[in-house]
Design a protein. Structure first.
Length: 341
């Protein structure tokens, strides 16, 4: 390997052209860090040999897209994808290149839908370009694996590695949501309703957005697997197919979680309605029981002549008996259908 390509690893922020990190891969050797200037020289070369380069750019840097347009020789569809508002996960072929859009979670992912970011990928026989605006977990895992000496024999294998890393991150998110749902379900079974339905609604919306963004578009993927580029070998096609199948398992788990959250929301709503109905029943009973005494008190409190039992020595106790009789009848009427309800 040429000594002029052996440079210090780039800083995580980005270099002068927005390159976060770059590696050159050769057969039977460990990956070698490469900078943007060395990468431009290598890409301008004759392209002989079996080696390839991976370049990871920060699109927030003003010079990143200009460098890619000048040196990367990527198809125009890649740059159109960078400015496309449609960011669902997809993998398409454009002549001899592959264009991929992958959605992943940020480092500080806190189960919020705004913590999901996009990674754009351009792949050909000797170059893999990844570009992002926010740091992503899958790229960080790939960099860590490369530093450990992970062997990558082709650009397709690197793309397949990124797809598997995204699927692993998705599985981690599903596990985290499952733990939260388990806690809510245990509290519900124990009769503690401190969890509000809105919290479950946030998790459900997160899963819906993840499923919408992370589910690969089947039509484009089917066309790619049926008619891969000429430089892609059969082994790469099989591994790419297996990587995409892992998404299906994770997406089925997400659909099951959404149904489970829906059932929990219905259970919590039913429990809240039952408590509300019980409180309304108690309030109704108290009102009904107090109705006779209020009516009689209003009648006998009128400041007019002819008030009955006014001259009777036992008039007070007679009225108490009448009130108790009416209260008993009202209570019997109120509780008559309570057991059925």
């Amino acid at each position: 390997m040429d000594s002029d390509l052996l440079i210090e690893p780039t800083r995580y922020g980005a270099d002068a052209h927005g390159l976060v990190c770059g590696y050159r891969f050769e057969a039977a050797t460990a990956a070698c860090p490469i900078g943007s200037d060395q990468a431009a020289q290598w890409l301008a070369g004759p392209g002989e040999g079996s080696g390839f380069v991976w370049l990871h750019f920060n699109l927030s840097h003003a010079g990143a897209e200009r460098w890619l347009q000048r040196h990367a020789q990527l198809p125009e569809s890649f740059f159109e994808t960078l400015h496309d508002d449609h960011r669902s996960t997809r993998l398409e072929r454009d002549e001899a290149a592959l264009i991929a859009v992958i959605n992943d979670v940020q480092f500080d992912f806190a189960f919020e839908s705004s913590d999901i970011a996009t990674l754009w990928i351009g792949v050909d026989r000797r170059l893999v370009v990844t570009a992002r605006q926010s740091p992503l977990r899958s790229v960080d895992r790939l960099r860590t694996a490369i530093r450990r000496g992970e062997p990558l024999r082709s650009t397709t294998e690197l793309l397949e590695w990124l797809l598997r890393a995204q699927a692993d991150v998705l599985v981690d998110v599903v596990r985290g949501v499952t733990r939260r749902i388990d806690a809510v379900e245990d509290a519900l079974l124990a009769g503690r309703l401190q969890h509000k339905r809105t919290r479950l609604g946030v998790l459900r919306r997160l899963l819906v957005r993840l499923q919408r963004l992370l589910a690969p578009e089947p039509a484009a993927l089917f066309r790619l697997l049926q008619h891969p580029p000429a430089w892609m070998v059969e082994r790469d096609v099989d591994e790419l197919r297996q990587a995409t199948e892992e998404f299906s398992v994770a997406l089925r788990d997400m659909a099951a979680l959404q149904e489970r959250i829906k059932l929990l929301q219905e259970e919590i709503a039913a429990a809240v309605n039952e408590r509300t109905s019980r409180s309304l029943f108690v309030l109704t009973v108290v009102t009904v029981l107090a109705l006779p005494i209020n009516i009689l008190a209003g009648l006998f409190g009128m400041n007019v002549g002819g008030v009955p039992l006014a001259g009777n020595d036992h008039g007070f106790w007679i009225l108490v008996a009448v009130v108790m009789a009416f209260t008993a009848v009202a209570g019997w009427l109120a509780f008559r259908g309570h057991d059925d309800r």
